[in-house]
Design a protein around this ligand. Structure first.
Ligand SMILES: Nc1ncnc2c1ncn2[C@@H]1O[C@H](COP(=O)(O)OP(=O)(O)OP(=O)(O)O)[C@@H](O)[C@H]1O
Length: 659
C-alpha cells in the first residue's frame, strides 16, 4: 500500500471513530437522564451530554486531521510515536477494556505544539512533519519535511491556503498557524497581551484561536468565569462568528461593546464635540461627583416606633455612619445597604438593652422602616437619573471640565423627565460607568477586544471593569484608528484598560494583502502620524490597478464587471455618502448587488476582507472625516487578491503611487 493509501485508511478509522463518539454521546444523553440520582444532577449531566452530542453532530464536515508528527530518536517523551493532529481529539477503539491510542490529537494539546514550532534548525524531536492537502473532505495528498535531516521547505499547501480566494465568513487557521502567531495563541492565561499588527497580519485570527486554546487549557476555570470577544460592529461579528464554533467552542460570548452596554435603546446622536467630551476619561470624575452629590448630610435623627418603644439613631451617630461609609469607598449601592445595616444594628442594641428579642423578622421590619430616613441621606438612584442631571447641566463638573466642555455636553433642549430622555451611544458608556459606581458589574475570566485602537478612554474603562479579575487580549493597529479618540500609543491604552503591565507584541507578516497593495497603502503611513512596525507581505501574487476615470459611477461599474470574471467575494468600498448612488448605478446597469458582491461604506469595512476590492474615490473617503486618511488606509487594505482604485477626482496627495 502507498503511504497515501495508508493515510486514507487512517481517515476511515477517524470517520468511524467520530461516529462512535457521536453515538456514545447520544446514548449517554439517554442514560444520563435516567441514572442521575436527583433532578438537579440529572439536568446538569443531561445538559452537558446534550451539548457534547450537539457539538459533535454540528461539527462542520471538515477534514478530521490536517497534519502529522512522527517523533524520532531526538524526543525523550514521544520517541517512535506518530500523531495525527486535527481540530478535535478523536478517541481510538475500545479494546479489552482499554482505549486504544487516540486517532487524532487536538491541535491545542501540548504535543501538537511541535507541529507549529519545529524547524530544521530546532526539530524538537520531530523526525517528520506531514501536511495534508484536502479537496473538501477528500484527502488529495501530503507534503513531508524531514526536520531531523535538515529538510524544511516552503509548503505549497500552506501557500495555497493563504492565497485561496475568499468566500463567505472567516475560517479557522489551525492548519497553518505561524510560529509568531502560535506564541500569542498559547500565551499564559494570566498574561494580558496587546497585539499590534498591520492589516492582515492575523490579529483577529490569533485572538479567536487564543480563545479556543485558553478554553482547552483552562476549561474548568473559564467555563465558570466566561470568555468574552468584543468586535467593532455587527458586520464584523457576522464575519468572524463561525470560527469558534468550527473549533468546537460554542460558549464564547461574541458581541460589540455597544450591545454589551445596551441597557437603554440608542435614539439620539451626539455632535462630535459632545462625543469627544463624553468619551474623555475625566467624565468618570464628573459622574462620580454627580453620584456622590446625592448623599446628604443628616439633619435629623432616625426615629422608628416599635410597639410601645421608639428607637432612635441620633443625628451625630448617623453622621458618623454616613461619613465612615463614604470613606470605605464601596460601590454606592453597597454603601447604601451598609448605612441601613448600621442604622438597624444601632436600634438592635437599644432593643436588646430593653430585653427585646431582635430576630430576623424584627431586623427585616426595622430595615424597611428606616427606608425614608435612608432615602434622605443616601437615596437609591438609577444611572439614568444621575446622567439626566449631568446632561441638564445640573452638576458639579467645575474644576473637571472647562466651561466650553460643559456646554458641549449639556442638552440644548433638556427633556422634561428622565423617562423622556433620549440617549446616545456615548451615553451608554456613561450609564455603564454609573451602573458600575452603584454596583460592581459581572467580570469575565478572559476578554478579547479587537480593533482596540478605536476604544475611547471611557470605553476602555468599561472593558477594564469586565476583566478586572481576569486577563485581556488586546488586538489592534494604531494606523487603523478612525475614532476622534483613537489611541496614539499602546501603553496608554493598556493603562486605561487596567493592565498597565500588559506586553505589547508586534505581528510582522501580512497574510491578506498582496505586496503591491501593501506598498501603495504604506505610502499613507507617513501622513498618519503613528509609529508602527514595518511588515512584510507573505503574498507576492495579487494585482493593483489605479484607474483614473471621468465618471465615477461608470468607472466603478466597469471595474465590478471585470471583477465578476474572477472567483471569490467582491467588495466595493466607498465614502458613506456615495454608497447609495453607486449601488443604484450597479443595479441600473444590471449588476446584482448581494451574493458575492457587496457595496459597503468605508465606515463599516474595518476587519473585513474581500477577494477583489474596488475602492471608489479615495479623495471622498479621505475627505469625509477628520481621520479620513486612516479610513482610506483601512479601505485600501481589505483586498486579498486584487485591488482596483477608481478615481474621478485627483488622488489625495498623501497617497503616492510607488515607483
Ligand atoms: N497563519 C495563517 N494561515 C493562513 N491564513 C492566515 C494566517 N494568519 C492569518 N491568515 C488569514 O489572513 C487574513 C487576515 O487575518 P485577520 O483578519 O486575522 O488579520 P487582522 O490582522 O485582524 O487584519 P485587520 O487589521 O485588517 O483587521 C484572514 O483571511 C486570515 O484567515
Amino acid at each position: 500500500m502507498s503511504p497515501l493509501d495508508d493515510e486514507r485508511q487512517h481517515l476511515e478509522l477517524c470517520e468511524a471513530g467520530l461516529r462512535r463518539m457521536l453515538e456514545g454521546a447520544r446514548n449517554n444523553v439517554i442514560v444520563g437522564e435516567t441514572v442521575a440520582g436527583d433532578r438537579y444532577s440529572a439536568e446538569r449531566l443531561g445538559r452537558h451530554l446534550k451539548s457534547l452530542a450537539k457539538e459533535l453532530s454540528e461539527e462542520p464536515e471538515g477534514p478530521p486531521f490536517f497534519g502529522r508528527l512522527d517523533f524520532g530518536q531526538g524526543s525523550a517523551e514521544h520517541r517512535g510515536h506518530a500523531y495525527h493532529i486535527g481540530r478535535r481529539h478523536i478517541t481510538g477503539e475500545h479494546v479489552d477494556e482499554h482505549w486504544g491510542p487516540p486517532l487524532v490529537i487536538d491541535w491545542r494539546a501540548p504535543v501538537s505544539r511541535a507541529f507549529y514550532r519545529a524547524s530544521a534548525r530546532d526539530p524538537q524531536g520531530v523526525a517528520l512533519r506531514r501536511r495534508f492537502g484536502w479537496s473538501g473532505s477528500t484527502l488529495t495528498g501530503f507534503e513531508d519535511e524531514r526536520l531531523e535531516q535538515g529538510e524544511e521547505g516552503e509548503s505549497k499547501i500552506l501557500v495555497a491556503e493563504i492565497e485561496r480566494p475568499r468566500v463567505g465568513p472567516m475560517r479557522d487557521i489551525v492548519a497553518t498557524i505561524q510560529p509568531e502567531q502560535d506564541d500569542l495563541v498559547r500565551a499564559e492565561l494570566d498574561a494580558s497581551i496587546c497585539v499590534q499588527g498591520a492589516p492582515g497580519t492575523g490579529k483577529t485570527a490569533v485572538g479567536l484561536h487564543r480563545a479556543a486554546y485558553l478554553l482547552y487549557a483552562h476549561r474548568r476555570r473559564l467555563e465558570r468565569t466566561g470568555v468574552l470577544v468584543l468586535g467593532p460592529n455587527r458586520a464584523f461579528l457576522g464575519y468572524i462568528s463561525a470560527v469558534l464554533p468550527a473549533l468546537g467552542e460554542m460558549d464564547v460570548e461574541q458581541t460589540t461593546l455597544e450591545r454589551l452596554l445596551a441597557t437603554v435603546p440608542v435614539t439620539a446622536a451626539d455632535s462630535e464635540a459632545a462625543a469627544i467630551v463624553k468619551h474623555d476619561a475625566r467624565m468618570a470624575e464628573v459622574l462620580r461627583k454627580a453620584l456622590y452629590a446625592r448623599i446628604r448630610k443628616p439633619v435629623e435623627p432616625v426615629v422608628v416606633p416599635d410597639g410601645s418603644y421608639r428607637w432612635r439613631v441620633p443625628e451625630n451617630e448617623l453622621r458618623r455612619i454616613v461619613d465612615d461609609t463614604r470613606r470605605a469607598s464601596l460601590p454606592y449601592g453597597v454603601g447604601r445597604e451598609r448605612v441601613r445595616a448600621r442604622m438597624v444594628a444601632s436600634m438592635r442594641r437599644q432593643a436588646e438593652a430593653r430585653g427585646q428579642t431582635a430576630n430576623a423578622a424584627w431586623t427585616r421590619r426595622i430595615g424597611r422602616a428606616v427606608t425614608p430616613s435612608l432615602d434622605a441621606v443616601w437615596p437609591a438612584v438609577k444611572p439614568e437619573e444621575i446622567l439626566y442631571d449631568v446632561l441638564r447641566g445640573n452638576t458639579r463638573a467645575e474644576g473637571v471640565l472647562t466651561t466650553a466642555e460643559r456646554q458641549a455636553i449639556t442638552w440644548a433642549r433638556p427633556p422634561r423627565s428622565v423617562k423622556s430622555a433620549r440617549w446616545s451611544a456615548a451615553d451608554l458608556v456613561l450609564l455603564d460607568e454609573l451602573a458600575a459606581l452603584i454596583e460592581r458589574p459581572r467580570g469575565y475570566g478572559h476578554v478579547i477586544v479587537d480593533e482596540a485602537q478605536d476604544l475611547s478612554p471611557m470605553e476602555c474603562r468599561a472593558v477594564a471593569r469586565r476583566s478586572e479579575h481576569g486577563s485581556l487580549t488586546v488586538l489592534g493597529d494604531l494606523a487603523q484608528g478612525t475614532t476622534p479618540w483613537a489611541a496614539a500609543s499602546w501603553p496608554d491604552r493598556l493603562a486605561l484598560l487596567g493592565k498597565p503591565d500588559g506586553q505589547v507584541i508586534a505581528l510582522t507578516i501580512g497574510f491578506r494583502v498582496p505586496a503591491a497593495v501593501v506598498e501603495l497603502a504604506n505610502t499613507l503611513l507617513a501622513a498618519l502620524g503613528t509609529e508602527v512596525p514595518a511588515t512584510r507581505s507573505y503574498r507576492m501574487d495579487g494585482r493593483l490597478r489605479v484607474t483614473s476615470v471621468t465618471g465615477l459611477e461608470k468607472g466603478v461599474v466597469d471595474a465590478v464587471r471585470e471583477a465578476l470574471a474572477f472567483e471569490g467575494a467582491i467588495g466595493v468600498i466607498a465614502a458613506d455618502a456615495d454608497v447609495e448612488a453607486l449601488t443604484a448605478a450597479l443595479w441600473n446597469e444590471g449588476v446584482d448587488v448581494g451574493g458575492r458582491l457587496s457595496v459597503l461604506p468605508a465606515s463599516l469595512a474595518k476587519g473585513l476582507e474581500y477577494d477583489h476590492v474596488v475602492v471608489a474615490e479615495p479623495a471622498a473617503i479621505a475627505g469625509a472625516e477628520r481621520r479620513g486618511l486612516n479610513r482610506l488606509y483601512v479601505a485600501l487594505t481589505r483586498a486579498v487578491s486584487r485591488l482596483d482604485v477608481v478615481h474621478a477626482r485627483p488622488l489625495p496627495p498623501q497617497l503616492s503611487r510607488p515607483a
